[in-house]
Design a binder for this molecule. Sequence first.
Ligand code: FES
Length: 160
Amino acid sequence: MKVEELNVEGHYKEIGEALTGEQKRRGMLIYAFQQIQKEYNYLPEDTLQKLSEKLSIPLSEVYSAASFYKHFYFKPRGKNVVCVCMGTACHVRGAGKVLHKLEDEFGVKEGETTEDMSMTLETVGCVGCCGLAPVVTVNEEVVGDVGLKKINELINMVKK
Ligand code: FES
C-alpha cells in the first residue's frame, strides 16, 4: 500500500462522527504500519516520513508508536526470516547449537541479514510449542525437533 492511498475518512466510515479527526488519524497508525510492512517487509524511513505528513503526526511520534511493537522492523529483512527459539525448553534442548550452525552456514549473526538479502536470522523468547523443542520458525512456519538432519534440510530449503 502506498501512503498516498490511505483514506482516513473511508477507513472509519462506519463510526462516523464518534471519533474526532485526530483520533481517526492516530488510530490509522498501526494499520498503516502493517500495510507498509506487508509491502516492503520493513518500515522504510522515507515512507514513515510520508506517513507522518499524511496523518499530520510528528515523525518522532510515528517512530515512537512503531518501536513500541517488536513486530515492526526499521531495517530491510531477507526474503526468508529464520527465527530460532531461545526459550528455556529450547535452550535446554540445544537451541544454542542450532543458532550457531545457522550463523556459520549463512555467515551472519543473530539479527543480521545475508548480503544477498535471502535470509534474516532472528531469535525469540518462546513460540509456545515447547513440547517440540528445539523449535525454529521459517517465515512463520514452525519446525520442531530440530536435530542435525532437520537443520540441514532447513538450510537447504532456505538456500533454494
Ligand atoms: S521455549 Fe521454545 S517453544 Fe517454548
